[in-house]
Design a protein around this ligand. Sequence first.
Ligand code: ASP
Ligand code: MG
Length: 707
Amino acid sequence: MQVLKFGGSSVANATNISRVLDIVIKAARKDRVALVCSAISGCTDSLLELARTGRDSAERKHLIDSLQDRHNNIVRRLFTGAERAEVEARIAVLFEKLAHTPEDEMVTYGEIFSTTIIAEKLRCEGLHTKWLDSRILVVKDHPELTYNNISTAVALEPGVEIFVAPGFIASEYDGKVTTLGRGGSDYSAALYAAALQADRLEIWTDVPGIMTANPKVVPSARTVPVMSYQSALDMASHGAKVLYAPTVQPAMEAGIAIHILNTFDPENPGTVVKDIPEPEVAEWMGVAATDDKTRGEALICLVSNGGINGKSACERVEDSLRKAGIKTLSISSDGTNVYACVRLAVANEALRAIHREFFESAPSTTLNIYIAGKGAVGTALVKLIEESAETVARRAGKTLHIAGMSDSRNYTIDGQEGSLSAADGAFFKAVRENAPRGSIFVDVTDSKEIYREYEGLLREGLNIVSSNRRALSVPYVDFAAMQAAARENGVFLRYETTVGSALPILESIAAGANSSDEIISIEAVVSCTLNEILSSYDYSPASFAQIVRKAQEEGLTEPDPRVDLSGKEALRKLLILAREAGVPLEEEDVEIRPVVGDEFFGIPLEEFYRKLEEAEPMFKAREAEADEKGCHQRFVASLEKDSRGPHGYKAVIGLRLVDENHPAYRITGTENAIIIRSTFHPYPLLIQGAGEGARLAASSVLNDILR
Ligand code: ASP
Ligand code: MG
């Protein structure tokens, strides 16, 4: 047995009824049908109005006449000859009865009219049809009795192909005729389905299933293909008119799926409401609203199919309303749905705003990320991505997915393991082969070889984000080749983190260079380690050697502190800065004035420290000179316009005295400061701030990923 229910607009006129008949006859070829129908659209409203008019009033007569005309028109269109006369006569009898019915029972006639016509028509089509009187079978608030009545009535008629029953109407336990409430025909259908243990319950209406919102209010609403009983109930009981809320329970208890279909687009699969396990990740199902006319408010309900983070969902709803200029009167969440109260006048706009935010946002793009390097920055990055995934998805509509990761020995790509990654290039090969175009390769290694992979990755359509300074300070030809590969393949190569960590330095320089603002000079105090050592030496009584040793022990320096003292790191940063400014600087173009002379290099570490201690008078003298001049010593990488220098610039790295007017005078150990002077701007651009820490670097890398 299958139960098919058609709503008021599906039976509104002869044309629509013909569609209904087509659908029903087709269904009857497969299995027996119980057909439940509403009154023709507008009929119930007219009957309620009728009941309010005075007996024998002209108004009543007029209302009855026009209703009868509507039904007769349908009859005239559907039937011919003797059949037409017969059905017209039956309708006339029913209208005669209506005129003498107690006011409170008038409303029950609409479904009797419609089903009488439809049952007659089916009979004329040659189908073995039987009209069932829901006023006798359906006993309000007594489902067991109702089930019993219906199943018995049907069991008595084994030869019948199609049972036709009016929806909406029923009787009280004491036999008085009543209704199941406005929209109640859906519920009638569910009762028939449960009583007959139907295989299928179809609710045919004028929209393609349960939609993410009422399409009359929100034109961009779309059908939700599958919904749980609970979500359907939540939608229905909070204002979705497509389904009468009480319908859900009998169907759910009997385990019958409810198919919600469109009479005017019968091939559309619509929505199936059925038993589905609660999903691991909740999804938004739709948004509906109920009006509270007396308070002038509307309660909007955003329905989800599982557990949600109520707090952030509430914030998101409020945000979307605020953006639309709508005030939220109250907001709450029960951990599944979100409820927002707004003024009635703006209810439709609020529905559209919430729908836009939750159902129309561009489909979230997934960013597949392949990370090379599991050091401090790599580890911090993974953690940061995990922590910020939800915010990123919400704010930027991007889903972050770490699709692969490698250290110097092993790698994984979406669950598959591999080994000898960096050494034999297996990871890069695997990334090139597996990563979809547009994925992001992240280099958080310190490798000086990895840059050789960049071009190949870029040419495969991967974007690259790098914090690896060595990779970007390679000879200019190689640097230029990477840039060209990125440009030619429509991908990006971003490396903001390589200078000043999260400070927006390269971006600022490139912005100037791209608008042909010519750089006059760049001064960069970008070595946190040297900064820390120099400022500690300024304040503490310890010797320079002791300060360096302490910094080494605290892990502030490279394992061999001479790497820092040599200025090599600052040199790399200067190359990157200069190239960003359009100056193709090479290592050999830079004059390096290391903190200590050549004799300190190429000797064992302990000997180095001994020599450093011996050189203490020299450091003392330098410091004394600085103090005398009211200056601080800073390790500065600078690029300055100079027509005699290579590429028209002079590049120097080394100790400098800066007086109190210099922006770098007051910075602390872990701060960076960059001063950029250019032709367009009378005042220098100063970028200053924290320049150290794995977490900071990770946030800068993530920023490059998302930018
Ligand atoms: N005809 C009734 C109404 O308009 C019942 C229904 O259509 O479901 O409320
Ligand atoms: Mg309805």
